[in-house]
Design a protein around this ligand. Structure first.
Ligand code: HEM
Length: 411
């Protein structure tokens, strides 16, 4: 490369398109440029703005009066608009509708229900883990991380075992994107209809014969005579699969991958099982959430003009809050590109901030803690076949589709 070409590359204005496969490979150099060169970035072709600094992303989450969820949180056009709440439930609502529905759902989806899942999560983990460890080599996604979250949500909402594989297939289709297609493909839309139909049947069944699962609890939830309708429960179950399944799968595999990439950190985390220090597993989970989070961005729509960094975002425009970038902002996290399990992660924004703060955060953390604890108790060391690993191609979910691994079991 000549000097002029080098200068040309360095001078080219930063370009950011979250549909590009190169961005799925590694978005972090682009995020760094966005934070420094274009903290309020505009992409005219795709029609969005993006905020990348920690301070702006957190402020955007808190400012629900101007940054609205009412058109959904996705950049995909087919998943956006005033009807986004049909599949994204209260995630795609503003107050007071959001407040009402989150309160009703919280009557069924209680912290106690989550805590009570711990033993089941451990049993489900071991069901997948034991044969995988016996084999010695396995696909971390296909054999473990891709199964556990769906099993957990399925048990929570009452999906029988024989239907889980099909539900997972449909959920995967919902988030998959072909290269060059900047919207939800027809297979994703079909999968959405199939899922909605499945839940409608399940709700009818629970109305006829209530059980002790979350679906029955949601049908019974009541505040001052107000209850959820069948359509509202369907939309919520939909949201659980989309919001709670992929994200947790990716969290588990990202933890496995980044620890392997950083052997000193890996040794420290795995040794936690030997020195009886469970806090090391929590640190492993939190640093992975910060360093490479599975939910990279959330979209908003402006309800009025917003002045920021010397520019004006008009009312009615799409704004992306780049969570993955905020978590790597050196203004908040010193040496942000270092994967360091002993750092302070308290400012991470991976679960959002404010009134839409992830309802499943404690469940996701519990699943990750249980699964990684069981792994650390049994595995002394491991390898990853990075050449053979493949990434999922989604506009906002970041992580692996396959992650072949070979483990050295503790004796
Ligand atoms: C690592 C795993 C997870 C990550 C990174 C994650 C991330 C997020 C984020 C960033 C939001 C806020 C969205 C916004 O402000 O627009 C959110 C909301 C939500 N998440 Fe999660 N999530 C995870 C796991 C889960 C799980 C396991 C569940 C349920 C079982 C869940 C259920 C929800 C729900 C219901 C909302 C909507 C809350 C509201 O709008 O009030 N999430 N999640």
């Amino acid at each position: 490369m000549t000097m002029t070409e080098e200068a040309g590359v360095a001078d080219a204005p930063v370009h950011y398109n979250p549909y590009e496969y190169s961005m799925h490979e590694d978005p972090y150099p682009t995020y760094s440029r966005l934070r420094d060169e274009a903290p309020l970035y505009r992409n005219d072709d795709l029609g969005f703005w993006a905020l990348s600094r920690h301070a702006d992303v957190s402020a955007g989450f808190r400012d629900s009066a101007r940054f609205s969820n009412s058109h959904g949180v996705s950049l995909d056009k087919a998943a956006s608009g005033p009807h986004a709440d049909r599949t994204m439930s209260f995630l795609a609502m503003d107050a007071p509708r959001h407040t009402r529905m989150r309160a009703l759902v919280s009557r069924g989806f209680t912290p106690r229900r989550v805590v009570e899942m711990e033993d089941r999560i451990r049993a489900l983990t071991l069901e997948h883990l034991e044969p995988a460890l016996e084999a010695g080599s396995f696909d971390f996604i296909g054999d473990l991380a891709g199964r556990l979250p769906m099993d957990v949500i399925s048990e929570l909402i009452g999906v029988p075992r024989q239907d889980r594989e099909e539900l997972r297939r449909l959920a995967d289709l919902l988030v998959h994107r072909e290269e060059g297609v900047e919207d939800v493909p027809p297979s994703g839309i079909e999968a959405a209809f199939s899922l909605a139909g499945y839940y409608a049947d399940m709700i009818a069944e629970r109305r006829a014969r209530p059980t002790d699962d979350l679906t029955s609890a949601l049908l019974e939830a009541e505040i001052d005579g107000d209850r959820l309708t069948d359509d509202e429960v369907t939309a919520f179950l939909f949201l659980m699969v989309v919001a709670g399944n992929e994200t947790t799968t990716k969290l588990l595999a990202n933890a496995w991958y980044w620890a392997w990439r950083n052997p000193d950190q890996c040794a420290w985390a795995l040794d936690g099982a030997v020195v009886h220090d469970p806090a090391r597993i929590d640190a492993w989970v939190e640093e992975t959430l910060r360093y490479d989070t599975s939910s990279q961005m959330l979209a908003r729509i402006t309800l009025e003009e917003v002045e920021l960094h010397g520019r004006t975002i008009p009312a009615g425009d799409r704004v992306l809050l780049l969570v993955g970038s905020a978590n790597r902002d050196p203004r908040v996290f010193p040496a942000p590109d270092r994967y360091d399990l002993r750092r302070d992660t308290s400012q991470l924004v991976s679960f959002g901030v404010g009134r839409h703060f992830c309802l499943g955060a404690s469940l996701a953390r519990l699943e990750a803690r249980v699964c990684l604890t069981e792994l650390a108790a049994r595995v002394e060391g491991y390898g990853v076949d990075a050449e053979a690993a493949t990434r999922v191609h989604s506009v906002n979910v970041r992580g692996f589709a396959t992650l072949p691994t070979t483990v050295e079991v503790r004796r």
